[in-house]
Design a protein around this ligand. Sequence first.
Ligand SMILES: Cc1ncc(COP(=O)(O)O)c(C=O)c1O
Length: 468
Amino acid sequence: MKSDLNNLIIDYFPSSNGDNEELLKLLHQTSKIICDWFSVSGKLSPLPQNTIKIISEPAELGCEIKMLLDDINSLIYSSFNPSHPGSLANLDPPPLTISIVGDLVAGALNNNLLAEELSPSISIIENDLCKWFANEIGFGDLSGGIAASGGTLNNLNALACAKFNSGLTFDPEASLIISEDAHVSFKKCARIIGVKDENLIYIETDNYGKMDISHLNNEIKKSKSLGKKLFSIVATFGTTIRGSIDPVYEIGKICQDNNIWLHIDGSIGGIFAISNYRFHDIKEIDNLNIANSITINPQKILGITKTSSLLLVDDMNKLKKTFYTGLPYIDSSDDVLNRGELGVQGSRPAEIIKLWLGLKFLGKDGIDSILSSSIRKKFLFENILDKDKFYVYSGSLHISSFEPKNMNTNQINIWSLKLKKILLENKIMISRPLYKNRFILRVVFGNFNTKESHIIDLANFLNKNINE
Ligand SMILES: Cc1ncc(COP(=O)(O)O)c(C=O)c1O
């Protein structure tokens, strides 16, 4: 059962007894297409001219590899191009080179992180790497973590665990507190874990985008008087639209006083916990160990290819208690912990490989270099952007959102749409988030290929073209 293709005869599966020369050729040809694209990606644009126009469905007979290579080529050149220096819209940096290799290795191994017997060594790597992260955060001996496919899933893992361990899983008054700037994933989580809309409590943010502590205290009092039962407060370490950091330590103390689970959504900024790089605004990073759980997404700044997200917890027994089923279709001895029993995902890809390789490849030095470069670029941009013309909504991390000072909401919405389009025509892709009921503009400085000269040009362009 082979597909014949223009000199390349590929078995359905890699040969388990003999050479794999043809597979090697195929991998080489595919790599060549990819590397050629990378080589010109800076001359292309962040977004393609057109999306792909090929037949998606399979035919009755399998198709030639040559045609598939052509399809891969077309797909690549019709895709979002995160390696372009003008790709500054979202938290999707270029892929770290070694993590591309990590994805290939994970695909080749096709192990399953559901169970130890299906991923004996990779399970150890995941366990050890999570423990290392937990240790860097300052958690104790019982701590550890689990990888899941994205921050949303890890926020869900954390809140399901918080609710279960509070004994409120089936309580209709179970309530959750987040800030008004928290990520939308918490709305999804609340629906999934059965938190009623009126029991998802939003706390106002201050002028710096941080959770307002006096409002938090008032809401806790109010919710108790209404008979609500709080099982978790979520603090954000790096909000999506302005990169703000909630006062983690103060919130943690309030949680301790009230016996409430503190979850930190560090999807964006939690990665600073493994870095030696410190700057004034980020001092709360050393307080992360006050939390019960923390989500960290190495995919968001470091460029570990998607998805790469970890949930770190202070006590692994709490995760196990929440998700353990005994996994009856896998025969394991009693001392084995199947890691698919530590979260909502069952079968899991070996995503940890690319994180493991990525961190070893970078070392602390490389990690510091990527993180500090993103913060430096943000400051450079904000120093040039004309504060007489723009309001800047910016927290501590590598994100700047802004709007013109002299316009009303309707004008701002029209302005941001127009500017975004003009910038894209000039090969600069920034985003247009809805913030406080209007569409503003946002730049994310997580692209290592973006040089300081690009940032200077962008800020000057905005200053000059504000009234376009
Ligand atoms: C602060 C924050 N938390 C959580 C998420 C969700 O992460 P993911 O897209 O990996 O599910 C995001 C995504 O941008 C985010 O900005």
